[in-house]
Unconditional design. Structure first.
Length: 256
């Protein structure tokens, strides 16, 4: 494992993407030879302590696996049990709550008082240097973990088209990765996944976990939309290099 930790490729990489597709239970996944592996042990290999070359770089984990035996069911409105729930257009924008001037002033005064108290408590030789402060930080940061389902629940798939979550993820990323950041892509993925179902009224909810994300993450994969069509014409109809999305998956997939 130390060969991975100190691989010089990490120094030139912009981010790390790890996709795990397997059978699983709560807290872990199964390997091809039936060994149970704790998912936290996988993430641990990429934290700042074990893989310092990836410090400050996004680590994106995609986990397509069951996390239990429960199966979610489609929810119908209690007002009309025969009516399917109406799903509106996803609002990608995020609203931030503005602090009142009084709250800001009070928090600033409290922060200043806390700093003054810390200065009084310091003794010679105990304060860290500026270089140490610049290097200080949590062990776990810059991680985004996208689970296909929530704890204790199954992750469903179609025998022909594949898992519901991966279908949703691929559709959204192919259509929007060129102009949206990673968090917004996952929000839309969640919306697409919520429209999957089958004859047994099964449903599925994905679970997105953030561990100290400080910035918006853009993939910038290249051409898409109208510019992709222009590029395709320039290539003589060759679709290579185009990020044009394929036909969307069926939203009524049968049970696995």
């Amino acid at each position: 494992m130390w060969l991975f930790w100190f691989n010089i490729v990490h120094a030139s990489a912009d981010m790390a993407v790890v996709a795990v597709l397997s059978h699983g239970r709560e807290g872990g996944i199964y390997t091809s030879d039936g060994v149970h592996v704790d998912t936290e042990s996988i993430y641990e290999k990429f934290n700042n302590e074990n893989c310092p070359a990836l410090r400050g770089k996004p680590k994106f984990f995609i986990v397509q696996a069951c996390r239990g035996d429960l199966r979610d069911k489609t929810y119908y409105s209690t007002d009309d049990p025969n009516r399917l729930p109406v799903r509106g257009v996803l609002n990608i924008g995020r609203k931030r709550k503005r602090r009142s001037r009084r709250d800001s002033a009070g928090q600033a005064a409290a922060a200043n008082a806390n700093l003054e108290k810390q200065d009084e408590d310091k003794t010679d030789g105990s304060s860290p240097s500026s270089q140490e402060l610049n290097r200080a930080g949590p062990t776990w940061e810059d991680m985004i973990i996208a689970y296909s389902t929530i704890p204790r629940y199954q992750s469903l798939r179609d025998h022909d088209t594949g898992s519901w979550f991966v279908q949703s993820l691929v559709e959204v990323f192919m259509n929007h990765a060129y102009d949206l950041d990673l968090i917004d892509l996952l929000l839309i993925t969640s919306e697409v996944l919520s429209r999957f179902g089958n004859e047994e009224s099964d449903a599925q909810t994905c679970n997105i976990e953030l561990r100290h994300i400080y910035k918006r993450i853009f993939f910038n994969p290249g051409l898409s939309g109208p510019s992709a069509a222009i590029q395709q014409e320039e290539n003589g109809g060759d679709s290579r290099g185009s990020s044009e999305a394929s036909s969307p998956p069926s939203l009524l997939a049968p049970s696995p």
